[in-house]
Design a protein around this ligand. Structure first.
Ligand code: CU
Length: 142
């Protein structure tokens, strides 16, 4: 039987395409933020998944909606909430890190505008290895 070079070529291309589509990267999903009032603060939450074999670090966050955007961790002790700014957040290999109302969050300080339910804005997350990932955040009631 004669081999069909075009068929072989297209099979080869399909293989390449497939491996590209399976290329894994850090993903951020389910991003939401609480409503807020201009001049006040609010926070955003999301899920970071790292399917890669190596760890990464979230180094910083940036947005246009507030004067200051920081990465915080909040905890509750004896009924009192406290939070600390984080220098970075470790994202271990093959794991998920959840930013949630008690725990890690991105804090927006001195909002430049009101944020009401249904509003959307962009949040830039800067990772050590993965570079910048732009996340669409939707404002929701908690
Ligand atoms: Cu905070």
């Amino acid at each position: 039987m004669k081999k069909n070079p075009i068929l072989l070529l297209s099979l080869f291309l399909m293989l390449i395409l497939n491996s590209c589509m399976e290329s894994k990267e850090i993903g951020v999903k389910s991003a939401w933020a609480r409503p807020g009032i201009a001049g006040n603060t609010t926070a955003a939450y999301f899920l970071i998944s790292n399917p890669l074999d190596r760890a990464d670090k979230l180094l910083s966050a940036k947005s246009d909606i507030a004067q200051i955007t920081e990465i915080h961790h909040s905890s509750e002790m004896n009924g009192t909430m406290s939070m600390q700014e984080q220098e970075y957040v470790e994202i271990p290999a093959k794991s998920k890190v959840e930013f949630k109302p008690i725990g890690l969050h991105v804090m927006f300080i001195n909002l430049k505008q009101d944020l009401t339910k249904g509003d959307q804005f962009q949040l830039m997350l800067n990772f050590e290895n993965s570079g910048q990932i732009v996340v669409n955040v939707e404002v929701q009631e908690p």
